[in-house]
Design a protein around this ligand. Structure first.
Ligand code: SAH
Length: 395
């Protein structure tokens, strides 16, 4: 195995079991390992720190497979990692509340760069790092072994692959091609998922528990579902007795699917409105028209892509939260989210409180929300907690 040696005092994060080694920490590489090849990571004084996948094109030069002296990364190792991740999801199958959940959550599950989501009888994968890409064949075989399915489909059409020098890739990896839409069930709601063209691998599985949570607050409510995607929160709300729902999204295909999903759940179809537009503008218009709601959901896309854009992103989050709070009737509920990993829970809290101050309203946090448990966060990898939310009562 190729050795890679770190600079003095740059072994701290590896010793803390953080899976990323940045290029600036690397003092020396023996030879020229290929993308995804396993390297043995050594401290400056030659101590073995573990084994990781080398990625010559990426700033994240190594993603650790294992820590400590044992370092053999082979087919059996990959199979074991996939097996333990899939095995940890057995309770989802046993409980039966949903047939769509994440099987492997990348770094947090010890398989850096691999996302694998189950949608009914299909598995949809995303390979976002050179190491996972290198072991693709073995990973797919392991997934099929531990979670029998009709087919495995690849959705590696994400920008982050560019940083790894990998071209986009989509298509069938094994078994049958998925149908155009796969129907899933989630806590009694039914959703059609377009795994070929939809966002991420097709659905925002990370919001499952939060969609379920807001049902308890939805009865009799007029609901604003801002950034609705295919209907998620709004459909859960009407299923739980909401009086009306207004879905707003930029994406026409997402709204088409939201309509289909509303029909699929056969409730309050006539009270569901689907508005294609920019939330920033639509909410301003609603404010100017004096419209109001009892439950407002704000689930925007990632506004902060880099540290440099965090200030601008914060202004965006504050803007929509200010508008969302203003649109709420006294005693109404705001469910507000940020899926930007760079936005810490503390900063998000600050931004929403700034919005409350500007709106001149009393706001209570009744619950802190985060990504669902099939999207675990590695304890030594805080970057893994990206989705956070606040459920607030607004007076
Ligand atoms: N809440 C959804 C997921 C939302 S994802 C669920 O539970 O499934 C974010 C959505 O915001 C995407 O559908 C995207 O099309 C939409 N979007 C992004 N920017 C927008 C904007 N400025 N105005 C309206 N929608 C936007």
């Amino acid at each position: 195995m190729t050795d890679l040696t770190l600079y003095p005092n740059r072994d701290y994060s590896v010793l803390r079991r953080h899976p990323w080694i940045f290029s600036g920490a690397v003092a020396k590489v023996d030879g020229a390992p290929a993308p995804g090849e396993t390297v043995r990571v050594l401290s400056s004084d030659g101590a073995v720190l573990g084994a990781g996948a080398y990625s010559p094109a990426s700033q994240i030069r190594v993603r650790m497979w294992s820590f400590g002296a044992e370092a053999a990364v082979d087919e059996a190792f990959v199979q074991d990692r996939v097996g333990r991740a899939v095995g940890a999801r057995a309770l989802f199958l046993a409980e039966g509340a949903t047939n769509a959940f994440r099987l492997v959550n990348a770094e947090a599950d010890g398989v850096p760069g691999l996302i694998a989501d189950k949608y009914g009888d299909w598995i949809v994968c995303q390979f976002t790092a050179a190491g996972a890409e290198r072991w693709k064949r073995e990973i797919v075989a392991a997934l099929r072994r531990f979670m029998p399915c009709r087919g495995v489909y690849e959705r590696s059409d994400v920008d982050v692959r560019e940083h790894e020098g990998l071209p986009p890739a989509t298509g069938v990896l094994a078994g049958e091609a998925p149908p155009e839409r796969i129907e899933i069930v989630e806590h009694g709601c039914r959703y059609m998922v377009d795994v070929r063209e939809g966002h991420k691998t097709g659905f925002y599985l990370d919001q499952r528990d939060n969609r379920n949570q807001i049902k308890r607050y939805a009865n009799g409510c007029d609901v604003l579902n801002a950034f609705s995607y295919t209907g998620g929160f709004g459909i859960a709300a009407v299923a739980a007795g909401a009086t009306s729902v207004t879905h707003v999204d930029l994406s026409a295909p997402a709204l088409e699917l939201a309509k289909a999903n509303t029909a699929l759940n056969t409730c309050h179809v006539e009270e569901s409105q689907f508005l294609q537009g920019n939330v920033f503008e639509v909410l301003r218009k609603f404010r100017d028209e004096g419209r109001s709601f009892d439950l407002v959901v704000l689930d925007p896309p990632k506004f902060a892509e880099s540290k440099g854009s965090l200030m601008k992103a914060s202004r965006g989050y504050k803007d929509i939260n200010l508008l969302g709070i203003k649109l709420l009737r006294p005693g109404g509920v705001l469910a507000t989210f940020s899926c930007s990993g760079l936005m810490t829970p503390e900063l998000f809290h600050k931004v929403v409180s700034d919005a409350a101050v500007d709106a001149g309203r009393d706001v209570q946090v009744v619950m802190r929300l985060q990504q669902a448990e099939d999207h675990p966060e590695g304890l030594c990898f805080p970057e893994g907690l990206y989705l956070k939310g606040l459920l607030c009562r607004v007076w």
